[in-house]
Design a protein. Structure first.
Lengths: 415, 415
């Protein structure tokens, strides 16, 4: 794809975004439902395209993990369609009056939620992102410009075409969803610099993509970064509760970013707690500091690197700390700023932990696994931001909006 | 300054930010008041340093505009001190619960306003920014890392030292305010890439600085961009009101970003309105489209460039438009996204204008000059954001904060 062709796609996105900004909620919701039906109607074509993508990936020697991320099925398509219908049922963020007041001179000031314009999404492998991202963008009245990976190109094209057909049927511009059908590295580099087109870039991928965005993007972005999440078991913790939470945080779904990666235990309860935990954590590879290895026979020594690692697997690191300060220091040093939990019955310890841990989410006596858009009531999420600006933590529809001042007067001038 | 020295300053900022995050409102307010007194006590030393800066600038051939921006006086120092006292009287944004709710499983979720950490400010000439920026950062519990220009280096050092003395007297870390005493270009380039240190970069300067940030910064930033503001006088406008507003928007302070730069007039009222306006705009250089030149004898033809220019002077461009759509198209093409006003008595026109103009602020029947932190009740502002992410429009204390999820449970695990 030439620069000019990419720019032309950009212009089409911007044009579509202008029409969308003004669309009624009911029209957007209808478009989402039509898009869902369209996905189901075209399932066969989507699965055929997907089969070709998978064949090519296999021939190119892709790992089974990648194949699994690529692969669609009737069930997965139904999930995508269901996702779009769920988004249609969320309340519309656009038009919400965030704040309103009257100034002494009679000016009525409102801050009104508005769409951002064009959302750029760069993603890898998973073709369902095409549909999930498009749904959230459409609901929030943004056009979406999608750039998937080469591996899922045919699947993405088939899905995008289905969505576009549904959107058009509802009377909205099909260019609300546009796919950049070129997965070359040059195009990504160009894409993340389309400052006149992209109002928000959402990179969905691994470290390499995030680094590329941090180093080279000139459009605004939000980073959905690593989740090196900690659970700290305080001296005053209810150890039965602590055990339940640690098991849940580590084992319920180890491959996601809100899973626990490091357990910190107060020295006063370390011996008994780690001993009982060793039984219930069977199947999890344990690496720990010196004391941990003393209390848990199956633990092997953890390296500095281990404490900094988001394993995303049945593996965890453990450290025994002298007190709350030790836990806070460990977290300040190693945390990726995603989610950290304290298990305690001590009011002051809970308050200090919540105040001093500088992460998107802090939890008291609950599993880190709750840090998720749907668990926190956002309906759906486009990612979990580990940055501090614009959106922090799970990003729902509001993260895809901006706020505009609307100021109503009757002739006021400034003196 | 070597990279290592800059990194060391960064570490000191981060350390100070951790202490600040936990400071009581009353302590921060006391620090602001002590800093104000300290500025007044050290006036002579500050003015001496300033005199040296000015001598050097003159010798280097600086323009009178630059000298004026550089120059301090007893009055200007009093204004700086007054500014700090005013900020101490604003309510503290930190700890504000932005939103709170209980999930069906009993988890109590709060979103709590917290400091960002370290704010980096790059600025040019005006030494008062040293004090103004430091005040807002201190109030919002952020450390500030300042990098002024070479021209005002001695003034900035003297001001920063005064502020630090006041902060220390209140028992807070003086490193809450740190000045990078090196104004070389290499240091700026390094500064805007201090990703482990700077949580938010606020560039305060001209186009060159903004371009540098857009192209090279890898830290998060907010851009306080141009204000190419429009006023559209609709066919249904009260022309007397329109005249008052246009005069105010253009003439009350032409050098600021919320001043009007372009007037758009509906064709039906253009002849009479522009004729009466020509008298009241005496002293303003007028450039306009063909029809404007027909109605205003003193207007000269406007170039494409003129319509895109933020004059910041007693000069304005004028265009006659066929209808509201024409006005919206003109604004979509030329606006910098700052502030635009419509003068109308037509309900539908006002509503469409507010909805369709994609700017930080839209006004109905009021002067664009109101788009300002203090006029909108924010107390003080660190700038006016023309970007859509994080903060849009006048940025007060809240723009210097983030929001963290605090989740309170009693043993919940995810099923």
């Amino acid at each position: 794809m030439t620069k000019a062709e990419l720019a032309e796609l950009g212009r089409r996105s911007v044009a579509a975004s202008r029409t969308l900004a003004d669309a009624l909620s009911s029209t957007k919701d209808q478009a989402l439902c039509f898009a869902a039906s369209s996905l189901l109607e075209r399932s066969e074509a989507i699965l055929e395209a997907n089969a070709t993508d998978i064949d090519r990936a296999r021939t190119a020697g892709a790992s089974e993990t990648i194949i699994d991320r690529l692969a669609l099925s009737h069930t997965r398509i139904q999930q995508m369609a269901h996702g779009l219908r769920c988004v249609s049922e969320l309340s519309d963020p656009i038009g919400e009056i965030v704040e309103g007041y009257v100034r002494p001179n009679g000016l009525a000031v409102r801050r009104v939620r508005v769409p951002l314009g064009v959302i750029g999404v760069v993603y890898e492998n998973r073709p369902n992102v095409t549909s999930d991202a498009a749904g959230l963008c459409l609901k929030s009245a943004n056009a979406v410009l999608l750039r998937g990976s080469a591996s899922s190109l045919l699947s993405n094209i088939a899905i995008a075409e289905s969505l576009r057909a549904g959107i058009e049927k509802a009377g909205l511009p099909p260019d609300a969803v546009l796919l950049v059908e070129d997965a070359s590295h040059e195009t990504v580099e160009e894409f993340i610099k389309m400052r006149d087109v992209i109002d928000l870039l959402v990179p969905r991928g691994g470290h390499e993509l995030v680094s590329l965005v941090l180093d080279k993007a000139t459009v605004p972005y939000v980073i959905d970064g690593d989740g090196n999440c900690h659970v700290y078991v305080d001296a005053s913790a209810d150890l039965e509760m602590a055990e339940k939470i640690v098991i849940n945080a580590k084992m319920s779904r180890p491959s996601v970013c809100n899973a626990m990666e490091t357990l910190l235990v107060h020295k006063d309860v370390a011996a008994s707690f780690l001993a009982r935990l060793e039984v219930s954590l069977r199947g999890v590879e344990l690496v720990g500091d010196e004391q941990t290895c003393r209390y848990m026979s199956s633990a092997t020594p953890a390296s500095e690197e281990d404490f900094a690692t988001e394993f995303l697997a049945l593996k965890m690191s453990i450290a025994v700390v002298g007190d709350l300060d030790g836990a806070l220091r460990h977290i300040a040093r190693y945390s990726s700023g995603h989610s950290e939990a304290i298990i305690t019955s001590d009011r002051d310890a809970a308050a200090r932990f919540c105040r001093e841990v500088d992460s998107a989410a802090v939890l008291v006596n609950a599993s880190t696994r709750f840090v998720d858009g749907s668990e926190l009531g956002l309906g759906a999420e486009i990612g979990i931001s580990t940055q501090k600006l614009h959106a922090r933590g799970p990003m729902g529809l509001r993260a895809l909006t901006s706020v505009k001042y609307v100021i109503d007067g009757n002739g006021q001038v400034r003196t």
